[in-house]
Design a protein around this ligand. Structure first.
Ligand SMILES: NC(=O)c1ccc[n+]([C@@H]2O[C@H](COP(=O)([O-])OP(=O)(O)OC[C@H]3O[C@@H](n4cnc5c(N)ncnc54)[C@H](O)[C@@H]3O)[C@@H](O)[C@H]2O)c1
Length: 496
């Protein structure tokens, strides 16, 4: 069993710290300082703690210091942090805190000519996105500093941890922003309209991958009135697309994409071929493709090839949310906005950072909730790191998130007990889905159809008999009759 370890700034305090650790009671929050540095990664506009987050940590008992200007890009000025109770200091003081909270993993600071880890004090605690498998050198540097590291990217995706799941918070924002950017680059409305100037067809959006980002994109595109289709290798994701009003697409191959812990697994060559055949057909029809298909720890599969992109209508838009992992779309330029044969490609890899106030607010909530949950003691900062734990418990969350303790590399975490084996929902055949779709009509459409038919029928009847009985309006005008026919005609066209 390991114990959470905290740090003091004076010579005497480390001795006290050691005693407290040995007595397993942790360190009083009031003796600990949490530092919030300004993010220095290129174009990063998020900040790890919002002023509300500062307030929450101060309420928990911590002292908080924030680097001057850290919140500016997220529209949180120094004054707001000061009002929330933080002290504003320079970078060196902030990084020398007992607990350092960051968004991006520590990196080399070119302005100061020194790596951020080198500015951290020995045996500090770091909470940040880390991606330990991808950055072993960073893990080595942190180990030499005897750091304790909580990786926000390693928080287990289990129900109890939803409040600290920064991957989900950020993916949700990326999905929304993908739709906003697509709409901005697209030359038409998303929603269909019947106006005096003409009928406008709704945009058709294909979403590949129904994880958090894909589902957020589906919800946003539906809310804007587009026709949305969704594809995923996991049957559960297809059900979720459906519940958002998107049309789930399927291939006629029975193969479940459910991997361990709800994540996707790599699909067979046959499945990928069938899926790409489906996309090739869809590309000729849809206006916008938003792809989010990822396999943890692997290069993203290429699902939309160059010829498929070239078959899309001029003015179409593709957004590749998998760009950072290599991309799902062959013609994407990661990190860039580009155009290939009339199709706009959005390959940005920093979408959450492009909505900085929102993402900083949610990330800050994730961090403060995580700190409260892993150290529930009222007065002392203290947490247990166990190597044996049950799936879905706080022990699972703590062990999963802590990738290093006092310099000891703990990544990867051992498997929890009682790991649920994914029981994939029975997937429906294409024929079954089509039959279901044909039999389904949304309550709104059903009501509108019935209402318009009854209203239209009644008005036509009443007009013909020169009497609108319920309203006692006398109508003698054939123009009015024509009007009623026109309204009913357009409503029926729109609905079908
Ligand atoms: N229980 C929780 O609290 C919780 C919270 C968040 C996420 N989750 C689960 O974690 C899992 C991962 O979510 P995520 O948003 O990080 O996903 P992700 O970003 O890792 O992947 C995105 C989606 O791409 C899909 N995909 C992979 N290969 C594909 C292919 N060839 N074709 C089409 N789609 C493909 C995946 O099935 C996944 O739905 C999901 O099952 C999600 O429901 C659970």
């Amino acid at each position: 069993m390991y114990h959470g370890k905290i740090h003091f700034s004076s010579v005497l305090i480390p001795c006290l710290c050691l005693c407290l650790c040995l007595s397993c009671s942790g360190i009083p929050y009031k003796q600990l300082t949490v530092g919030v540095p300004k993010e220095i990664f290129q174009n990063e506009r998020r900040v790890a703690l919002s002023p509300a987050g500062v307030q929450a940590l101060i309420k928990q008992g911590f002292n908080v210091i924030v680097e001057s200007g850290a919140g500016e890009p997220s529209k949180f000025p120094d004054e707001q942090y000061a009002q929330a109770g933080a002290t504003i200091k320079e970078v060196k003081d902030v990084l020398a805190s007992d607990v350092v909270v960051k968004v991006r993993a520590p990196t080399f600071n070119p302005a100061l000519g020194v790596h951020e880890v080198e500015m951290m004090k020995e045996a500090a605690t770091l909470i940040s996105f880390i991606y330990p498998a991808q950055y072993p050198e960073l893990m080595d540097m942190l180990s030499q500093k005897k750091a304790t590291v909580l990786a926000m990217d390693q928080v287990p995706r289990v129900t109890i941890a939803q409040g600290f799941d920064a991957l989900s918070s950020m993916a949700n924002i990326a999905g929304y922003k993908a739709v906003v950017l697509a709409a901005n680059s697209f030359g038409r409305f998303f929603t269909g309209q019947i106006t005096a100037a003409g009928k406008v067809p709704p945009a058709k959006v294909l979403i590949i991958g129904g994880g958090v980002a894909g589902l957020a994109a589906a919800g946003s595109a539906r809310a804007m009135g587009a026709i949305v289709r969704g594809f995923d290798t996991r049957a559960a994701a297809l059900e979720q697309f459906k519940s958002l009003g998107a049309e789930p697409l399927e291939v006629n191959i029975k193969e479940s994409g459910e991997g361990q812990g709800g994540y996707a697994k790599e699909m067979s060559k046959e499945f990928l071929e069938a899926e790409m055949k489906l996309f090739a057909k869809q590309c000729q029809d849809v206006d916008i493709v938003i792809s989010t298909a990822l396999i943890p720890g692997k290069r993203a599969p290429i699902l939309i090839t160059k010829p498929m992109v070239e078959s899309m209508k001029d003015g179409s838009v593709v957004v590749d949310l998998a760009a950072e992992a290599g991309g799902n779309i062959e013609t994407t330029v990661p990190g860039e906005l580009s155009v290939h044969k009339g199709v706009t490609h959005i390959g940005y890899t920093d979408l959450p950072s492009r909505l900085p106030t929102q993402s900083s607010t949610l990330y800050s909530n994730n961090i403060t909730k995580l700190l409260r949950a892993i150290s529930p003691d009222k007065d002392n900062f203290y947490f247990d790191v166990k190597d044996t734990f049950d799936y879905g418990t706080m022990d699972h969350v703590v062990r999963g998130s802590i990738v290093m303790q006092n310099g000891k590399n703990l990544f990867p975490a051992p498997q929890p007990n009682n790991l649920p084996t994914a029981a994939p929902p029975k997937s429906k055949t294409v024929q079954e889905l089509e039959a279901q779709k044909a039999s389904q009509i949304s309550p709104f459409k059903a009501t509108l159809t019935t209402a318009s038919m009854y209203t239209g029928g009644y008005l036509i009847y009443a007009t013909r008999h020169n009497s609108l009985i319920s309203t006692h309006i006398r109508v003698n005008n054939t123009t009015f009759t024509k009007c009623i026919f026109t309204i009913v005609y357009y409503i029926s066209i729109y609905l079908h």
